[in-house]
Design a protein. Structure first.
Length: 249
């Protein structure tokens, strides 16, 4: 009898406790897809809202900054017209920010479009440099500059300005900065952008710089200023392959 009451009490307690719990039921979620096509009418209120901004943006992108006498193309070679233009503009801006800057550095992968011959627009510059990379000036020892030049040599050349680099068998054959040999014990200033200074694009030679200064100005803005300045001087963009980086066979 005692056993009967024991099991009966246990069953009752179990039923009471289980009845206090939130009951969980399996459910099945069914996705429903809606085809978007011309049968769905446009929302005029949304169109009216963004149209003024769209027009303003299009006008800015179509704004002519200057003129190029030739198509500035990218190549995978040691240097390219697009790369030389890009690096020259970067050096120009770097020397405005700090007159002690003697060289500039970008990478082939960072230049995302050619510049077509003819009118150069804001939109064209955006296509060439769509990223929000900001200008950075680095202070390097002569030894670190040689490491940087070795990286350029190993990768078959990169967009740069202010230097002369001869490459043979993936190694430095000759290296000059502003026409002078590198002094391993001297210090040099190089302008680049934050992405590369942070080690992007496999650039690992800036891990121990003497000093670094980041600027709020975007590289794209520097390109726009550079072309605009040429136009004010009555000049066209006239990039050329000048042998600044050359592979000797």
């Amino acid at each position: 009898m005692r056993s009967f009451f024991y099991w009966g009490a246990l069953l009752a307690t179990t039923l009471v406790l289980s009845s206090c719990k939130t009951q969980m039921y399996p459910t099945v979620s069914k996705d429903q897809y809606y085809q978007i096509d011309g049968s769905i009418p446009a929302d005029s209120s949304i169109i009216n809202y963004y149209t003024p901004y769209k027009k303003q943006l299009e006008e800015e992108m179509d704004r002519v900054l200057g003129y190029s006498d030739q198509h500035l193309s990218r190549t995978r070679g040691a240097e390219s017209l697009a790369g030389n233009f890009f690096a020259d503009a970067l050096l120009w801006k770097g020397q405005q920010l700090d007159p002690d800057v003697t060289m500039s550095f970008a990478t082939k992968g960072g230049i995302r479009a050619d510049l077509k011959a003819g009118n150069i627009t804001v939109g064209g510059i955006f296509e060439m440099m769509p990223f929000e990379n900001a200008i950075t000036i680095l202070t390097l020892t002569g030894k670190d500059v040689l490491r940087w030049a070795a990286f350029i040599a190993e990768t078959g050349g990169q967009p740069t300005s202010g230097i002369t680099l001869r490459i043979k068998d993936g190694q430095i054959d000759e290296f000059l900065i502003q026409g002078r040999p590198v002094d391993p014990d001297a210090t040099y200033k190089l302008v680049t952008y934050d992405y590369l200074a942070n080690g992007g694009d496999y650039v690992t030679v800036f891990d121990n710089v003497l000093a670094r200064k980041d600027y709020p100005q975007r590289v794209r803005e520097a390109l726009i200023e550079y072309v605009s300045d040429l136009t004010k001087q009555g000049k066209h963009i006239q990039a050329q392959l000048d042998g600044r980086v050359e592979i000797i066979k």
